[in-house]
Design a binder for this molecule. Structure first.
Ligand code: SAH
Length: 398
C-alpha cells in the first residue's frame, strides 16, 4: 500500500485549507521536501498539528496533490472510491435517462470530491482522463470501483501526464469489449463521431453543450456563421442545423478537415455547401478583411495557449486583440461568441478584454448572455479555478 507523509500547512494558508480548498500548493507547505513518491498518502495538518485533511501526492500543473477527505479515519480504499463514484453517478441520473443526449461528464475531479481525474460517458463507453502519476497509482482501485457501479461496453483511459504535462501515447483500452471507432453519440439529438483510441481529443468538448444549443436556437437562422478554432466543427454543425445560410469553419490542423466533413455528413448536412478551411485563424482574418467578408455570427473558441508557425497565442495576453480582429469582420448588429477555457483569469477580467477591444475599435456593444460550465461539470465554490469556462455572447451595435 501507499506510504503516508504528514504535511504541515504554512500558517498563512491554514484557514484556506480548513475552509475546504482542495489543491495542495508547494508554497503552502512547510515541508514539501518530504514528498518523494507520487501516490503517497498525505495527511495535512496545521501549525499545531491539528488534522485538516487527507489526500495524495500527485504533480499536476502547479499543484502537488489533492485533499480528498476531511475525515482522518477514512481509508482511501476501493470502498472510498466506490462511494464517490456512486454519488457522482446518482447526480447524473437525468443524463443517463435522456435519450437525446448520450455523452456527458460522469465525474468531474475535485468537483466530485477527488481532484486529478475525470470520467466521461459516451453511449455506454467510459473514458477516464488521469492528470497525474499520483492519481494513476490508484487506477486499479478506481477501475474496480467503477466496474462495480456501472454497466459498460468498455472503459478507456488517457494518461495526461508526463514530465511536460503532455499526453502519453499508450494503449487506451482498459476493459470490456473494444469499440469500433468512431462510435456515434448524441447531444440534444445532434450526432457526434467519437474516437476514444486516437489521442487526447476525442471529437467533442462536452462542456460547450449549452453554448451549442444556444447558437443553434438563437444565433443561426438566416445567418452567416464563422467558426474559428473550429476543431471538428461542432459549433458549425449546430449552426447549420439552426438554419445558418452558410457556415465557415477555420482550423489550423489538417485533421480538422476530414473530421468536420464527417460531422456534417453524419447529421445529413451537405458539407459541400459549407466552407471548411485549414488555415491559421490570424491569416484568415487578414484575408477576410481584404476580401471585405463579414459574418452575422462569429465564434471565437481558441485554446488557452497555442503556437503556430507565425503566431503564439496566449488567451490571457492576446484575447483582446483576437476580439478586435473579430469585431472588424462582424456585421453591424451581429453577434460575437467569445469563449475561453483559460483558468488563469475569471469572468471579470474576460469582460474587461471585451470592453477594451470594443473601445479600441470605437464600437459599441451589448452583452447578450453568458455561460459557464454545465451541471455535469460539477464545481465547488472552494475551488474557483475549477470553474474555468467563460462564454459571452456579444452584440456589436451598428
Ligand atoms: N471550438 C472547438 C474546440 C477548439 S480546440 C469546439 O468547440 O469543438 C482548439 C483548436 O484550435 C484545435 O483544433 C487547434 O488545431 C486549433 N488552433 C490552434 N491554433 C490555431 C490557429 N492559430 N489557427 C487556427 N486554428 C488553431
Amino acid at each position: 500500500m501507499s506510504s503516508e507523509v504528514v504535511l504541515q500547512v504554512n500558517s498563512k494558508f491554514s484557514s484556506k485549507y480548513k475552509g475546504g480548498y482542495p489543491l495542495i500548493h508547494q508554497e503552502a507547505i512547510t515541508n514539501s521536501r518530504d514528498l518523494k513518491v507520487e501516490g503517497t498518502i498525505i495527511k495535512l495538518v496545521d501549525e499545531k498539528k491539528n488534522f485538516i485533511g487527507k489526500g495524495y501526492y500527485g504533480r499536476q500543473n502547479k499543484g502537488y496533490g489533492w485533499i480528498i477527505s476531511q475525515n482522518e479515519h477514512e481509508s482511501l480504499n476501493q470502498a472510498f472510491f466506490k462511494r464517490k463514484l456512486t454519488a457522482a453517478i446518482q447526480e447524473r441520473r437525468s443524463f443517463y435517462e435522456d435519450k437525446e443526449t448520450t455523452a456527458f461528464r460522469v465525474f468531474n475531479g475535485e468537483g466530485d470530491g477527488i481532484g486529478g481525474f475525470t470520467i466521461d460517458y459516451f453511449d455506454g463507453y467510459y473514458l477516464i482522463n488521469w492528470y497525474s502519476k499520483g492519481i494513476y497509482t490508484f487506477q486499479p482501485l478506481i477501475i474496480e470501483a467503477l466496474k462495480e457501479v456501472v454497466e459498460f461496453k468498455a472503459i478507456y483511459e488517457k494518461k495526461r501526464f508526463d514530465r511536460d504535462g503532455k499526453y502519453i501515447e499508450d494503449d487506451e483500452f482498459v476493459v470490456g469489449k473494444r469499440g469500433e471507432f468512431p462510435i456515434i453519440v448524441k447531444e440534444n439529438g445532434v450526432r457526434f463521431a467519437i474516437y476514444l483510441n486516437e489521442g487526447a481529443m476525442v471529437g467533442v468538448f462536452l462542456d460547450q453543450r449549452h453554448v451549442r444549443k444556444t447558437i443553434m436556437e438563437k444565433y443561426s437562422n438566416g445567418k452567416s456563421v464563422l467558426n474559428t478554432f473550429s476543431y471538428t466543427g461542432a459549433f458549425s454543425i449546430f449552426a447549420a442545423l439552426g438554419g445558418a445560410t452558410k457556415t465557415t469553419s477555420v482550423d489550423l490542423a489538417n485533421r480538422s478537415l476530414n473530421r468536420t466533413i464527417e460531422q456534417f455528413s453524419i447529421n445529413d448536412i451537405d458539407f459541400e455547401a459549407q466552407d471548411i478551411i485549414v488555415e491559421d485563424v490570424f491569416k484568415y482574418f487578414k484575408y477576410a478583411v481584404k476580401k471585405e467578408l463579414k459574418f452575422d455570427t462569429v465564434i471565437l473558441d481558441p485554446p488557452s495557449f497555442a503556437r503556430s508557425k507565425k503566431h503564439t497565442f496566449s488567451a490571457s495576453k492576446d484575447y483582446k486583440n483576437l476580439l478586435k480582429e473579430a469585431i472588424a469582420i462582424t456585421e453591424d448588429n451581429g453577434t460575437i461568441v467569445a469563449s475561453t477555457n483559460c483558468s488563469s483569469f475569471g469572468m471579470k477580467k474576460f469582460k474587461g478584454f471585451i470592453k477594451d477591444a470594443f473601445k479600441e475599435m470605437n464600437m459599441d456593444y451589448q452583452l447578450m448572455e453568458e455561460f459557464s460550465l454545465p451541471e455535469d461539470f460539477k464545481t465547488i465554490k472552494e475551488f474557483k479555478e475549477g470553474d474555468y469556462l467563460k462564454v459571452v455572447f456579444i452584440k456589436k451595435i451598428g
